[in-house]
Write a protein that binds this ligand. Sequence first.
Ligand SMILES: [Zn+2]
Length: 310
Amino acid sequence: MKKVAYFTVYWGDEYGKPPKTPEGKARDEALAKALLQRLEQMRKVKIVEVSTKRPFYDLKIEVGSEAFNFLMETLQQSPHLVSPFTVLKDYTCQELESAELLIWGPTNQAIEDDYYDFYAEGEQHRDLHQRCPACGARLKQIRDLIVNKARMRGKDVSLTYSNEVILSERVAQLLYEAGLTGFELRPVHHYKKPYKGEPTLYQLVVTNVLPPMASPPTEFEHFHHCDVCGRTSRFLKHTHQWGKIQYYEDTDVYYPRSVLEAAKDFNHTAEYFGELRVSHPYVIITQRVYRLLREHKVKNWAAVPVYLVD
Ligand SMILES: [Zn+2]
């Protein structure tokens, strides 16, 4: 796995702080530009953007490289030059193909089902879910999805704005014919009169729920709880500190190895993620699903390995 950090180095005035003195600004600019000059000569650094009009530049640097260590060390003395940076993980094929379970999800959110929850008049204005009267958490889906099917054009899978997974007919058929387990297919309707060539779409309804993750080592943050419906939601730990500099990186997900006895091909996590009103479980798939989707060149999704601990 390769980790890549995305930095913005910025030497202008800081939001919510008094403007810098001309001397202070000149000092920061000189420091930032000297840093850039050094980094330009190092390996595993990509200068993504240098602004000619505004006081910043963007960098992409491999975590653990000489350039990364140099930048982090230098910035400890001037942490105000960077805003929190983001670390993204790039998994190798070998890592993805040897993971028994993976977190899975569509990479686009093209379909605004929520529109019909909030704005549509008359017949169509029926909330998709029964919600907790106190926190608004979605407790149970009470009707089929109604979407603008044209937005699914050319896509194999997509998320609605309320995090429901929609499958094209080809993908639904693929999962069904492979005899995969842990899911049902629910019809999806077009929001207006049927149109010529209207595609058949399905909602992926995951029916199997896994036992809780192993925590630790899985780390969470920002817990919310509602006493009325009993829902607890959280986020995977995302906020970290590198000396004086804050950064964001999703924590890895771990399960006890015994989870394999409870796993089907499609699973929901026991944990709900996000703010209470929009909280939803993650989808976890087996290696079998991963390979099937790859083999059939299904597009518009991504997967991240889950780690098993004894
Ligand atoms: Zn509630």
